[in-house]
Design a protein. Structure first.
Length: 94
């Protein structure tokens, strides 16, 4: 069994936790397969940083919603442009 890391959390370890959070959730044992920390350390890290974790999740959700809105608006603008173009051409024909 490998020794558990007792040093301060590195940026790589923190990024790894955030990377696997959507996959593992609070199944803390799973994180021990990707970082050299004990279940207890990972659990403590999670709950000590819960506010930051929730904030990051909320930002990700908001970014996704903004992308969807932007895409819808872009589609709407293209559709309006097509309608206006069609109206111009139909007026010229009549």
């Amino acid at each position: 069994m490998s020794r558990v890391n007792r040093k301060q959390w590195s940026n790589d370890e923190i990024q790894t936790v955030f990377q696997y959070l959507p996959i593992f959730g609070i199944q803390f044992k799973m994180y021990t397969n990707v970082i050299n920390r004990s279940v207890s350390q990972i659990k403590s890290f999670y709950y000590n940083n819960l506010q930051r974790i929730r904030s990051r999740e909320q930002r990700a959700t908001e970014q996704q919603e903004n992308k969807e809105i932007s895409c819808s608006l872009s589609s709407l603008c293209v559709l309006q442009l097509l309608i206006m173009t069609f109206e111009v051409y139909s007026c010229e024909i009549n």
